[in-house]
Design a protein around this ligand. Structure first.
Ligand code: BEZ
Ligand code: MG
Length: 585
């Protein structure tokens, strides 16, 4: 805790803290596992509709509800309020007024699903925030359609028709907030046409995020990042129609060019005068799923890199060109070799295996984790100057060289449902590439994640994201009680969160001591809780306790001796339970 030395500083600190509390409170989290075939309840619908309403949708002629309210109240745009509320009491009050109107109006709307309810919500918007009726009606037409479709879940029906071999209507696979046309549920979800990626909305959403990433680095490091290593996943880019792909293009300073069939097959260079900043060098480590789904996009990205690297521009405004020229001069390699930036697994292979190494505790030195990442991901994809494809050619030296310049590693989080401690894939990828960079450069890169689900293009450090996930999920009674209602699987889910959190220690040393202290206090030192875990799922309970001991044993957590003693006792007792030697009673 920073010691406040003046009233001003104290007030500022309180404001920052309050802003953090709001961030935690407003974070959408899944409260329990999805039950196949079960429709969302009223409070889930209200949360979803608030999120859907928080975005501008020019393609539907719908403006963001918080922005309409902000304009009606005569205060700055909601994005501005979000960005400035941690530093200004006035902005904080304005933000709270906007959020309070939005909350009341959505509540009114959800409470009464009739037309009269919708009119009452529109009327409330007019009276409390002078939002023009026409604008409000467009928002609520969109929300009414979504609410209607959320009322019934068609998953079971779809499954039984599929099992009978009947036709299932296709529908896009996406996140409901980004693309409400995924409804109704229970359809045969299809992916995207890779030639349409990145879509126009994806490009529009990607620009402020790419700029926010650069800005965050400038604020913290005092300079532009010259090289960013970025993780690209397939499913994310399906859901967002290529937001991450669009971010790469913005960072390079190019935009997609579409041919007469509306296929993005080439790029146009944004002139430096218009870009107003240097072009950033991007090293892409791409999942096997992305490689399989987005062949055309891999070619587009490789084209973009080669085009930017060949521009006649000064090195200080084109970091990619600088690095390619330097590599050619230093190693006498060809342009084709120096310009490789798209890496994935060998053909037919998937994943980094870094997660398995961590889950099975099969490592001594964390550099092994970075090495494994490189071994799995050092296959180059693209075309050479003669137009010959070299997809899947092993290029370990080139990947290591590219990683040796990286200052920032980065990945998007684009859904409220899966965060960085829900699954082991974020730490295997983003953690894995960060470890690989550390080995090449001798220093841990700055690690950032975007949160493209919050209006206002939020970029967080990995440490901030781990804290937020811990507070909103792992340590949040609303979250863990939701999980415990699912019995055996719920305990497994809790254990996975602890293990995935540990994965961020193993790959990036990004977990504060208090996280482990509180996890131990919540799940192990609390006897009744430990007993619940033990009786529901002793296997996962043992793994959870073992993982805490491992965190301490590997030096990621300096725990009190008495806590460690208690953990060991609990671990031994759980082992006895599993081996059947424990006498109950
Ligand atoms: C993907 O969508 O590319 C992906 C999903 C989960 C784990 C790894 C990759
Ligand atoms: Mg497990």
């Amino acid at each position: 805790m920073v010691k406040a030395t003046s009233k001003d500083q104290r007030d500022r600190r309180v404001l920052e803290l309050y802003d953090k509390v709001l961030e935690i409170e407003q974070r959408l989290i899944p409260t329990g596992l999805h039950v196949f075939g079960r429709a969302a309840d009223k409070s889930e619908i209200a949360d979803l509709l608030s999120m859907v309403a928080a975005f501008d949708r020019p393609e539907l002629g719908v403006s963001s509800l918080p922005d309409l309210v902000a304009a009606g109240l005569g205060v700055p745009a909601y994005k501005v309020l979000l960005n400035e509320s941690a530093n200004s009491e006035e902005r904080l009050h304005q933000r709270e007024s906007v959020e309070s109107v939005v909350r009341d109006v959505i509540e009114r709307f959800v409470d009464d699903p009739s037309d009269a309810g919708r009119e009452a919500a529109i009327d409330l918007l007019l009276k409390s925030a002078a939002v023009p009726v026409e604008e409000a009606r467009r928002v609520f037409e969109l929300l009414s359609g979504i609410r209607e479709q959320l009322k019934t879940n068609h998953e079971l029906d779809g499954l039984s028709r599929a099992l009978r071999g009947e036709y299932i209507e296709p529908g896009p696979g996406a996140d409901i907030i980004q693309n409400p046309s995924i409804l109704p549920t229970g359809r045969n979800t299809h992916a995207v046409n890779p030639y349409s990626v990145p879509s126009v909305p994806a490009l529009r959403r990607a620009e402020p995020v790419a700029e926010a990433l650069i800005e965050r680095h400038r604020r913290e490091a005092g300079s532009y990042p010259e090289t960013i290593a970025m993780v690209l996943w397939g499913i994310d880019n399906i859901k967002t129609e290529g937001e991450a792909v669009a971010q790469v293009l913005w960072l390079l300073g190019v935009t997609p060019r579409r041919d007469s069939m509306n296929r993005a097959t080439d790029v146009d260079v944004i002139p430096l005068e218009r870009l107003g900043r240097p072009r950033i060098d991007i090293v892409m480590t791409v999942s096997g799923i992305f490689r399989d789904l987005f062949g055309a996009t891999m070619t587009l990205l490789d084209n973009a890199v080669r085009k930017v690297a060949a521009l006649e521009e000064p090195h200080e405004m084109n970091f990619l060109k600088r690095h390619v020229d330097e590599q050619i001069a230093e190693t006498s390699c060809s342009f084709d070799e120096a310009a490789v930036r798209v890496f994935s697994n060998a053909a037919g292979n998937y994943g980094t295996n870094v997660n398995f190494m961590v889950l099975d505790s099969q490592w001594e030195d964390s550099r092994e984790l970075g090495d494994l990442f490189v071994t799995r991901k050092c296959f180059a994809y693209g075309r050479d100057s003669q137009g010959q494809r070299f997809d899947g050619r092993e290029a370990r030296r080139l990947l290591e060289r590219a990683l040796s310049r990286v200052e920032v590693t980065y990945q998007n989080i684009d859904t409220t449902e899966v965060g960085i401690t829900d699954v082991d894939h974020y730490f295997e990828y983003l953690g894995g590439v960060s470890k690989a960079v550390e080995k090449q450069t001798g220093a841990r890169p700055r690690i950032y994640l975007s949160d493209t689900l919050s209006p206002g293009a939020k970029i967080r450090t990995l440490e901030e994201t781990v804290r937020l996930e811990t507070r909103t999920k792992t340590l949040n009674p609303k979250w863990f009680e939701g999980m415990l209602r699912h019995g055996f699987s719920g305990v497994a889910e809790i254990e996975h969160h602890v293990t995935n959190t540990f994965g961020w220690s193993a790959t990036a040393e990004a977990v504060d001591d208090w996280v482990y202290d509180e996890v131990a206090a919540t799940y192990v030192l609390d006897e009744p809780m430990l007993e619940r875990l033990r009786s529901l799922n002793p296997h996962s309970a043992r793994t959870l306790v073992g993982r805490l001991l491992e965190a301490s044993g590997r030096g990621f957590w300096s725990a009190e001796q008495s806590v460690l003693d208690r953990l060991r006792e609990a671990f031994d007792a759980l082992e006895d339970t599993l081996e059947g030697v424990r006498i109950e009673g």
